[in-house]
Ligand binder design. Structure first.
Ligand code: GLV
Length: 332
């Protein structure tokens, strides 16, 4: 029986990798860092499927080189690194791994929110750097209360809704903005649907949960940043380019906003000369919001399930471009 050829661009967790190796003729890029684009292009020449991560750019250049490519199975919820329109046009299926990382990502957004509000990372530095010289002082490292504050969610899909449920336990007033209303979250936690400007003006904490699209690119630009309260914090676990990072840096430096906690950046890894590194009122994390053992294992397993379903002649459970079926119907 023909074993479809698969190129896997990184060693993904064993639970998924094992299934892929059992069923397919698979090759795995062995290094910790991503394969250079030219390696992906080269490897794509002869494969039926690619397993990708969000740091791999999968576009027409890859597709042009890959006459046999039938499916790109991404291990991430987001897929802005893949030219899905182009894939669909060419009849290439694209899958992702949504859902499983919702609570894990919401946990991390919440951890960032709490940490920036109460200066947890700064406090750790303060102690380690030997700055703790006075046992207790009434105004040492003062932060802001989370309990009872106003939370503004930009994006109220799965992850935004999971953050809203956490906020309810903190008795927060919850505002949200999205391109569509979410009646479920209104009913469940009393979230109030507002326009973006109102959300930015009224929130004490703003947390971003939108995918990166043409519409959300730099949704938070210099003008929008001006609307945010001086005492408010911005948390981003979605995608870096949703915020104009330079404008954010200026706002933070000038004290036009209290702080930011960022897991995602315009360029990743964050360049060593990023001015954000110099600011105390910023928490920086290396794109790890979904990074728990359980979730990453399950994500890898979902990649395998998507591939196996496809090569069994079934619609993969997490198909992101359903229109592709019209271009290239499944073959059993
Ligand atoms: C991570 O950012 C993901 O999209 O899964």
């Amino acid at each position: 029986m023909y074993r479809p050829k698969v190129y896997v661009t990184r060693e993904i967790p064993e639970r998924g990798l094992k299934k892929i190796l059992e069923r397919f003729d698979a090759e795995v890029w062995p290094e910790y860092g991503p394969p250079p684009k030219k390696v992906i292009v080269e490897k794509a020449r002869d494969v039926d499927a690619l397993v990708t991560l969000l740091s791999d750019r999968i576009d027409a250049e890859v597709f042009n080189a890959a006459p046999k490519l039938k499916i790109v199975a991404q291990m991430a919820a987001g897929f802005d690194n893949i030219d899905v329109e182009e894939a669909t046009r060419r009849g290439i299926y694209v899958t992702n791994t949504p859902g499983v990382l919702t609570e894990t990502t919401a946990d991390f957004a919440w951890a960032l929110l709490m940490a920036i509000a109460r200066r947890v990372v700064e406090a750790d530095r303060y102690v380690r750097e030997g700055k703790w010289k006075v046992s207790w002082h009434p105004s040492m490292l003062l932060g802001r209360d989370v309990y009872g504050a106003t939370l503004g969610l930009i994006g109220a899909g799965r992850i935004g809704s999971a953050v809203a449920r956490r906020a309810r336990c903190f008795n927060m007033r919850i505002l949200y903005y999205d391109i569509v209303r979410n009646p479920q979250i209104e009913k469940e936690v009393g979230a109030i649907f507002v326009d973006l400007d109102t959300l930015l003006r009224e929130s004490d904490f703003i947390s971003i949960h939108v995918p990166l699209t043409k519409e959300t690119y730099r949704l938070i630009d210099a003008e929008k940043l001006k609307l945010i309260k001086k005492t408010a914090y911005l948390i981003n676990t979605s995608r870096g380019p949703v915020i104009d990072e330079k404008a954010l840096y200026e706002a933070l430096k000038e004290g036009r906003l209290a702080g930011a906690a960022l897991d995602v950046f315009e360029r990743e890894p964050l360049p060593a000369d990023s001015p954000l590194l110099k600011l105390d009122n910023v928490i920086l994390a290396p794109h790890i919001a979904s990074a728990s053992y359980e979730t990453r294992s399950r994500m890898a397993e979902m990649v395998a399930e998507n591939l196996i379903a496809f090569f069994d002649g079934k619609i993969p459970p997490n198909l992101v471009n359903p229109d592709v079926v019209k271009v290239k119907p499944l073959s059993a």
